[in-house]
Structures are given as C-alpha cells and as structure tokens.
Design a protein around this ligand. Structure first.
Ligand SMILES: Nc1nc2c(ncn2[C@@H]2O[C@H](COP(=O)(O)OP(=O)(O)O)[C@@H](O)[C@H]2O)c(=O)[nH]1
Ligand SMILES: [Mg+2]
Length: 383
C-alpha cells in the first residue's frame, strides 16, 4: 500500500492556480496546463486534499461499526505494541478489563481516566454526559457494551482529523512543506523519516536547513540527508532562515524536485519576534511560488498535555498551520491530547509518531489508534 506519496498521472494533474514563469523550471510532474474547468481546488486553498490510494474519500467518515476497517491491518500489532505504555490505554484497560458493574461510579472513574490522560474537559464532558444519558435509558446491557460504544465514540471524535497529506503540488512544481513547532517536539526527526518514506516511494526530495539557530540542527538534517541520499540545502555563518528557505525553493524548482521540506528553528509561542519570523518565511516562499507553502505542518509532542492547545492556537495564527503531526505517542505519553485537539481545532493530523524507528511515523489512522488504546478484546493485545 502506498502510504506517503504517489506520482499523479498526467490526466489528473491540476491546473496552475497561479501560472508561474517557466524559466529554469525543470518540473518532473507533467501537464501543468490543464483546462481551468478541470480545477478541483479553489485558488485560495492550494493544498490538494485528495487522499492517497486506499484512503477513504474526503468527507466520508471513517467507518465506526463493530468491525471497523483499518487502513493497514498488518500494522495493527505494531500500534498495539507501541501504545501499550500509553496512559490512556492503561487507564481504560484497568477500568474495563474486570467487567465492572455498570453504574455512576464507573462513569466517574472513566471521567478521571480521560481527564488524567489529557483528553481535556470539553471532550471528556461530551463523552461522559452522553454515556450518562444512555445508561439512564438502559441502552447498555453491561460494561462490555459500554466499552464497545466508547470505542465507537472515540473513533468518531477522531475521524474528522483523518485527511492524509497529498504531496501533489497544484501546478506541478515542488510541493513545499514547512515544518514548525516548539523545541524538541520532533520536527527534524519527522522530516528525516518523511524524506526517507517519500524517497523510497520514488519522490525526488530536497531538504532545507531552515533551523539556522544551532549548527547542530543543520548537522542533524545533513545526517538524515546523507543517510537517505537526499540533498540538503544549508548555509553557514549565521544565515537567515527565510533566505535559506527562499534559496531552497528556487533550487528545488530548478532541479525538478517533487517535495521540498523546510525545517525551522523551534520557538516558543510566547516569543513574539521568533513567531513573526515564521510569517516572513511564508512571505518569501510565496515570492518564488505564490501557491506555496502547500502545507505548514506543526509538530506537537504527544507528552505535552493541554499546553498543546495554546501552541496550536498561536502557531496557527502566525504561521497558518494546515496540518499536525503528533509525536511520541509511544512510551509514557498520555495519548488523550489528540481528542482535545480534535475537539478544539479539527486540523488534520497528517502523521503520528509512535516510536523512534522509520515505521513508527505513520499516517494517522483513528481506528488503529483506538484499537491500540482499547483493544476490542481487552487482554488480547497481541504484543
Ligand atoms: N519516543 C519517540 N521519540 C521521538 C519521536 N519523534 C521524535 N522523537 C525524539 O525526540 C527528540 C527530539 O527530536 P528532534 O527532531 O531533534 O526535535 P526538534 O527540536 O523539534 O527538531 C529526539 O530524541 C527524537 O528521537 C516519537 O514519535 N517517539
Ligand atoms: Mg530540529
């Protein structure tokens, strides 16, 4: 199954939202001059939302039946194994595995588990109040029935976040992906893994070392580049991030690159000057290609808790975030932050990090995620 990237066939290439000068362009994606009627995207929204092969069509909710379909069933044991230490999963397992009595105390405990695991007050209230009504209406025969309903509700809450990233640029030039977020959340690692996946699937990838604050950050990206034989555009000697990324977008166009991924320095959402720099980076990218950046991906550390909400709020405003990556859901992550993010923003979660290996950066699959947290048969976690 193709998870990350697929070269778009010529017949379905999208028209230029804003025609760009041909000049030194050596675009590898054909048919840039498709007729305007064929447009599937308004010019103001250049990120093509069409999902990769095998993904559900946009707007079609993820199935929420008792036997939901999982994007990649073979990966399920890995999700389970990786999410085993997750606080939300452990809390739910402890609560339900003994087939407890279905009463108000059980709901109180469920509420505590959800709040403790960072699901957030709003999402927790919505879930618990709904169950309170349904228990009063005698909808559930026992706790197992409630567990099944909880699984369905959780998938339903997360389903709107499932919009896989389509790396096709709207006019055949490089798809420009800008990665933002606070320090240490996993931006550079995610870029490295993403580059490796894309390269394996035949995309021509380039990386821009836009984190010019620390020499070590440039070096870290270079190592990923060398490991995967992917060119890394960097400048030495205190270069300005916007100028590095501007040069990289120009070079990517000239070299017929499919996907350019720009790293940026980690910054706190409270650092106004640094946050403004993200706006500047966006503006200079648009000078090379008015439709770019095609995606601004904010990386969130899954162990952050409710602070993730204020991070996304600020970055979205300044940098125009269009998608999220939630890393570090393995280990001791609480795991609930995805529900809080879903409730608050509804921004697509393009990928999640469930470990440090390449296979552990995965397109987000709510069914597999919920199955990892609350296996259909508790105790049969397969790990
Ligand atoms: N356990 C785990 N660690 C991760 C994951 N993603 C990134 N990391 C680790 O987080 C640390 C910081 O990553 P880095 O990419 O340098 O963060 P940046 O400052 O945002 O660029 C590194 O040690 C990564 O290996 C993940 O999904 N799971
Ligand atoms: Mg970094």
């Amino acid at each position: 199954m193709i998870w990350f990237w697929k070269r778009k066939p010529a017949a379905t290439a999208e028209p230029a939202a804003t025609p760009t000068p041909s000049g030194s362009d050596a675009s590898v994606l054909p048919a840039v001059e498709a007729p305007v009627e064929a447009a599937v995207e308004p010019a103001a929204a250049p990120v093509a939302p069409s999902p990769p092969v095998g993904a559900p069509a946009p707007g079609v909710p993820t199935p929420t039946t008792e036997t939901p379909s999982i994007e990649d069933a073979e990966a399920l044991p890995r999700w389970r194994e990786r999410l085993r230490g997750n606080a939300l999963g452990r809390g739910l397992a402890a609560l339900f595995s003994g087939n407890p009595k279905l009463d108000a105390a059980l709901l109180d405990e469920l509420e505590t588990v959800l709040l403790t695991a960072d699901v957030g007050v709003a999402a927790t209230d919505a879930l618990v109040e709904d169950f309170r009504r349904r228990i009063a209406a005698r909808e559930f025969a026992d706790a197992a029935a409630l567990t099944r309903a909880l699984r369905r509700e959780m998938v339903e809450m997360l389903a709107p976040l499932t919009k896989p990233l389509d790396f096709t640029s709207p006019h055949g030039g490089p798809f420009v992906l800008m990665v933002v977020g606070v320090n240490g959340v996993g931006k550079t690692t995610t870029i490295g893994k993403l580059a490796q996946h894309l390269k394996r699937e035949g995309a021509k990838v380039m990386l821009a070392a836009g984190d010019t604050f620390r020499a070590a950050a440039v070096e870290q990206l270079r190592v990923w580049g060398e490991r995967n034989d992917v060119p890394v555009l960097a400048q030495t000697g205190g270069a300005d991030s916007a100028s590095v990324i501007f040069d990289a977008v120009s070079a990517a166009r000239a070299r017929g690159v499919d996907v350019l991924i720009a790293d940026t320095a980690g910054r706190l959402h409270t650092q106004a000057g640094l946050m403004d720099e993200l706006g500047k980076i966006r503006r200079v990218i648009a000078k090379v290609d008015p439709t770019a950046p095609h995606e601004v991906l904010q990386v969130i550390d899954g162990t952050t808790g409710q602070n993730a909400i204020s991070q996304v709020r600020q970055f979205r405003e300044v940098a125009g975030v269009t998608g999220l990556v939630v890393t570090k859901l393995d280990g001791s992550a609480k795991g609930g932050v995805l529900f809080a993010l879903a409730r608050e923003f509804g921004l697509p979660v393009r990928f999640v990090g469930i470990g440090e290996s390449l296979e552990d950066l995965r397109p987000f699959d709510p069914v597999a995620f919920v199955e990892g947290l609350l296996p259909e048969r508790l105790g049969a976690s397969g790990a």
